[in-house]
Design a protein around this ligand. Structure first.
Ligand code: PMV
Length: 328
């Protein structure tokens, strides 16, 4: 059967950096994220008897790295083995946003691939098992399966490390104004980066402080206290990047424009122009979080900064789901 799934990218408020079990992609700490309404991947999968190998196509992308194709093939091989499927698959996939500029394209990509492949094989699983399966292909993909605001519990191992929905998208009227400052692919993949996290002298302290940080952000989310929430996420992003910067070899994902935007956000707060907070994943793009009513004004302010290439407004969104329009 042919099946198509759509899955959102997600932005982490409390981030995943470093794995307890690299092969199964079990993290060292719990993380918390929000699904993004305007950044998503659509993937169609069909297992076909006439194919001699998996046939994978990215729509509207000139350069697809061999490594990326290999990772998708490995995921399909894993699913085939798990469900005793003998046919190879035709896969067509399309991103709604520029890849690898610090937006988790692997999260939405592997979440949509997992969902579509399962549906194509007519396999029905509970959400947490879909989340676990997506996690084995790309850690953060597990957070793109449930709806809205999501927690990924690290668990004790592969069997209980999955994400669940803390709140539906409508729970809180906040917004992620994503600012893209460079469209070149990052040079170091997160898979390579995670593996070296523990070489930073700050890593152990980061992990030790996590349970308290998670407790505080959950409290801020429960109260919908935007100021407390914002201060926690901004500090958390800098904490993760402090580890990245001090790994061996060091990982500097930022561009000069990334720092310019961070400084503007803080200055706008000090000058009472705009209350917003930044967070940054593994790339140069800045995710600026604001209250929904401030979205238009913030997007305008950000668009006026020289060097900004694109601004994408995202509201909290649902997780992965099956749709009826196919890509082939
Ligand atoms: O893309 P992954 O699953 O290797 O992990 C990347 C993790 C960060 O984006 C840097 C942080 C996070 O929790 O999303």
């Amino acid at each position: 059967m042919k099946a198509t799934a759509i899955a959102p990218a997600n932005i982490a408020f409390i981030k995943f950096w470093g794995k307890a079990d690299p092969k199964a992609r079990v993290p060292q700490n719990d993380s918390i994220s929000m699904n993004l309404s305007a950044c998503f991947t659509t993937t169609t999968v069909e297992f076909l008897p006439e194919l001699k190998h998996d046939k994978i196509k990215f729509i509207e992308e000139d350069i697809v790295k061999a490594k990326e194709l290999e990772r998708i093939k490995q995921a399909l091989t894993y699913i085939r083995k798990l469900y005793k499927e003998k046919y190879f698959a035709r896969v067509v996939t399309q991103n709604s946003f520029p890849k690898a500029a610090g937006i988790a394209s692997s999260a939405s990509g592997f979440a949509s691939l997992t969902m579509a492949a399962l549906f194509a094989l007519e396999i029905k699983l509970p959400e947490k098992d879909i989340s676990k399966l997506a996690r084995t292909f790309s850690g953060t993909a597990c957070r793109s399966i449930p709806d809205g605001f999501v927690e990924w519990q690290k668990g004790t191992g592969p069997d209980d490390s999955y994400a669940y929905s803390m709140y539906p998208p409508k729970y809180w009227d906040i917004c992620d104004v994503l600012v893209i400052v460079s469209k070149t692919m990052k040079k170091v993949s997160t898979t390579e980066g995670h593996a070296l996290a523990a070489t930073s002298p700050f890593y152990n302290d980061r992990i030790k402080g996590m349970p308290e940080k998670i407790k505080l952000i959950k409290y801020a989310m429960q109260k919908k206290d935007f100021t407390d929430f914002g201060n926690i996420i901004e500090n958390e992003a800098l904490n993760m990047h402090a580890v990245m910067l001090t790994q061996t070899p060091s990982l500097i994902y930022w561009e000069p424009q990334t720092i310019e935007i961070m400084k503007r956000i803080q200055a706008w707060r000090d000058e009472k122009i705009m209350e917003s907070y930044f967070t940054i994943d593994a790339g140069s793009s800045v995710h600026v979080i604001c209250k929904k009513q401030d979205t238009g004004k913030l997007a305008k302010l950000l668009n006026n900064i020289p060097g900004v290439q694109q601004v994408i407004v995202n509201y909290p969104a649902n997780g992965a789901r099956i749709i009826n329009e196919h890509l082939f």
